[in-house]
Design a protein around this ligand. Structure first.
Ligand SMILES: Cc1ncc(COP(=O)(O)O)c(C=O)c1O
Length: 508
């Protein structure tokens, strides 16, 4: 590539004072969790919440007076759109941003807020690109490409200059890769100022083009990812050439790793990072061997995440860590039963988050209703003593055990039926895999039939008939284990399985 360290130093001069020199801070807690030094570069704290301002501003600062007067055009549904719109407005340039029609309302609104003309055209990104190129010709505008331009890569490369000056202990740079402008610029900069530094790119398994390039692989691309900022099928050719020459490795992470990294950054660093911005931390947590004994400088490249997506990530994290538990309760359809269950849960200290009372959408027989209750629990910490056999399956399992023991203590007659469901269908597990709770047995004709509906298989162990006792309410407890924080192999193995435990005496 024609890109040199002088281009990047020149870019640094051009953008100085106009983009934020973001903090670059060591994280003690993340270092402990990851087992290596972790230093974070907070590019999510740029005004438009991503590093994209650096490249966009550098490119636009090089326009001739005639080009400035005519204006610029960008084709982007994401961070680049906002970066171009914001700096064009500051510089007094007319900006046209072409986005596909599916672009998120939040991003469209913030791009418009920066005074750009937003053209929403095309069902796919390719359609939008075609429209954009036509407008470019018609109006005589200058294209500001998101990554395939040396002036863009030079601007992005200033991230590495800053990081290595702010934290000289960094010996490995960990960089998200989409179109490759960021890593190409950073690699050229780092090789010049700190030749021994390792440079590691990170992609999502769903869009592995750069990984393919360095590993001579042919992994196929998917269609969607929560790291939409790096969902690029074909990185810039010159960027790929730099990656091949200067980058030491490209690592892949999956959607679960990314989700977990977003949550970890929120919980530990109190910082909001979008999926693409979190892949660096995701890689450090997942590929621990690659970072052992090193100090990883991780670029948190952007913070533009949809609030609803963030809310969902938080909720799912609470489920995984045992702070939200879902109970499916089957009760006879007579007045007062819902109140009885609610009262029982209240006494156990489980705060109710949601209740759904299902008649039509229940697989139970006609005289019963299914109540789905989501309760806030106190997490695994208050689970008493060592985990019991068969329930060692992670935080949610412990919490479930605690809850069941409490329920048992409440009326002294817990009857448990544990069914493990494989993701595609339920499967009954017997023998050593079952918790001791199961040893107490469950069964009964009518109720067993109900359970077969719910769980895909009955269990004819000892104790049959108790649940058919008209004086009893059957309680079915189901917890989705979405796979582990932290993440022990065992938890991963049980990802997506359904734990169902049924049987409880009448609430008083
Ligand atoms: C948040 C975020 N991180 C990383 C990238 C990847 O940058 P590049 O396309 O230069 O590889 C992007 C690109 O838009 C992004 O928005």
């Amino acid at each position: 590539m024609s890109l040199t360290i002088d281009d990047i130093r020149d870019a640094a001069e051009r953008i100085r004072g106009e983009v934020v020199e973001t903090p670059c801070l060591a994280s003690r807690t993340l270092s402990e969790l990851a087992g290596c030094g972790v230093v974070l570069k907070f590019e999510n704290l740029q005004f438009t919440a991503s590093f994209k301002e650096r490249g966009a501003l550098n490119r636009m600062s090089r326009l001739t007076p005639a080009e400035r007067a005519a204006g610029v055009l960008a084709i982007s549904a994401g961070n680049h759109a906002q970066a171009v719109a914001y700096h064009a407005q500051r510089m007094g340039l007319p900006a046209t941003i072409v986005m596909p029609r599916f672009a998120s309302g939040v991003k469209v609104a913030s791009t418009r807020r920066f005074g750009a003309e937003v053209v929403l055209e095309g069902l796919t990104f390719e359609d939008a690109r075609a429209v954009g190129m036509r407008i470019l010709q018609e109006r005589g505008l200058t294209l500001v490409h998101p990554y395939d331009d040396p002036a863009i890569a030079a601007g992005q490369g200033t991230v590495a200059l800053e990081m290595l000056a702010q934290q000289p202990s960094i010996d490995t740079l960990v960089v998200p890769v989409g179109g490759g402008g960021l890593i190409a610029g950073m690699a050229v900069a780092a090789r010049a100022v700190a030749p021994g530094v390792r440079i590691v790119g990170v992609q999502t398994e769903r869009f592995p083009a750069a990984w393919n390039a360095v590993h001579d692989g042919n992994r196929e691309a998917g269609t969607v990812t929560m790291a939409d900022g790096i969902a690029i099928g074909r990185p810039g050719a010159e960027n790929v050439a730099v990656i091949r020459e200067l980058v030491d490795d490209v690592l892949l992470v999956d959607e679960g790793d990314i989700e977990q990294a977003v949550l970890t950054l929120l919980e530990i660093e109190k910082t909001v990072v979008e999926g693409a911005g979190a892949v660096g931390l995701a890689a450090v947590m997942r590929h621990r061997d690659a970072f052992a004994g090193r100090t990883a400088g991780v670029v948190l490249s952007g913070g533009n995440i949809e609030p609803l997506v963030l809310a969902e990530i938080i909720q799912r994290g609470m489920v995984r860590s045992g702070r939200l538990t879902r109970l499916l309760v089957s009760v006879r359809d007579v007045p007062g039963r819902l109140a009885g269950v609610a009262e029982l849960l209240g006494r156990l200290g489980a705060n109710i988050d949601e209740v759904h009372h299902q008649r039509a959408f229940s697989a139970l027989s006609l005289e019963r209703v299914q109540i789905e209750i989501v309760v806030q629990t106190r997490g695994p910490e208050h689970g008493a003593g060592a985990p019991r056999r068969g329930l060692r399956r992670g935080a949610a399992g412990l919490e479930l055990q605690e809850l069941l023991e409490s329920l048992g203590r409440a009326d002294g007659r817990v009857l448990a039926h544990l069914v493990l469901g494989a993701p595609g269908g339920h499967e009954r597990v017997a023998g050593d895999d079952l918790p001791q709770l199961l040893d107490r047995g469950v069964g009964g004709d009518d109720e067993a039939a109900d359970e077969r509906h719910l769980t895909g298989g009955g269990h004819e162990a000892s104790g049959g008939g108790l649940l058919a006792d008209p004086g009893l309410v059957a309680l079915e407890v189901a917890v989705d284990l979405l796979g582990g924080l932290g993440v022990a192999g065992e938890q991963q193995e049980h990802r997506g399985q359904l734990y169902a435990i049924s049987g409880l005496g009448e609430p008083p």
